[in-house]
Design a protein around this ligand. Structure first.
Ligand code: SAH
Ligand code: DHB
Ligand code: MG
Length: 222
């Protein structure tokens, strides 16, 4: 079968600019090994996240939704020596696989996986005064995306970068009468951003080897 044009271009970019090192290959292979549905970002999206880390000079990053730590490792490898990522994961198996992948990558001192529900851990991080964070990657369950976005204002510094994955969902966001809770969740976020003075935001529409989707790219306003 002829390769989809977007997949072919994705591969073209990946072969030049999205090469995975051993740690990333190991993390990606763990997803297959455990026969999990691949919810991780693509290699090119991982590279995009790593460019963003460097671009905003992030030292402290908070990720919601670790899965097998594929995106986490991409971001961690772009951090300076004193940089740190806290990544939240509710599923115990995912958290265990992530920790193994992070250890294999030699990044256990840079990445802390916190196992638990995102809201619980967000409360914990605030109570422990782990903030402010310089960058956020929101990629956990989609129904509370708008609430996760509001949490970034509590835990982020002014000017912090917030990226939220999967906010276009194969153009299902266009369907105002969608009953899909994931679609409704991201619609609520996108509509909230349209009316918000708290964020300067856009959505980057994405095609490639994954489904047609998009990422919110937002700055926390002062
Ligand atoms: N960021 C990862 C992919 C994350 S997939 C990558 O790109 O490599 C989404 C993850 O969010 C799953 O592992 C899922 O278990 C986790 N998740 C779902 N609901 C959650 C919740 N309420 N709190 C924390 N994690 C959650
Ligand atoms: C799923 C979650 C994601 O964040 C993603 O990028 C793709 C799939 C999922 O839960 O299936
Ligand atoms: Mg995602």
């Amino acid at each position: 079968m002829e390769e989809n044009i977007y997949a072919a271009v994705d591969r073209y970019i990946r072969e030049r600019l999205g090469q995975e090192n051993e740690a990333l290959i190991h993390a990606r292979q763990s997803i297959q090994q455990y026969q999990l549905p691949d919810a991780s970002v693509s290699a090119n999206q991982g590279k995009f996240l790593s460019v963003m880390v460097k671009c905003c000079g992030a030292k402290r990053i908070l990720e919601l939704g670790t899965f097998c730590a594929y995106s986490t490792i991409w971001m961690a490898q772009a951090l300076p020596a004193d940089g740190k990522i806290v990544s939240i994961e509710a599923d115990p198996l995912h958290a265990a696989i992530a920790r193994e992948n992070i250890a294999f990558a030699g990044l256990s001192d840079k990445i802390e996986v916190r196992h638990g529900d995102a809201f619980e851990i967000l409360e914990q991080l605030e109570a422990e005064k782990q903030h402010p964070f310089d960058m956020f990657f929101i990629d956990a369950d989609k129904p509370p995306y708008a609430e996760y976005m509001l949490w970034t204002r509590r835990l982020g510094r002014v000017g912090a970068l917030v990226i939220a994955d999967n906010v276009i969902r194969n153009a299902q966001v266009l369907d105002k009468s969608s009953v899909d809770v994931k679609v409704k969740g991201v619609q609520r976020l996108n509509d909230m951003l349209a009316d918000s003075a708290d964020f300067t935001a856009t959505i980057l529409q994405q095609v490639g080897i994954k489904e047609h989707d998009g990422m919110v790219i937002a700055l926390i306003n002062g």
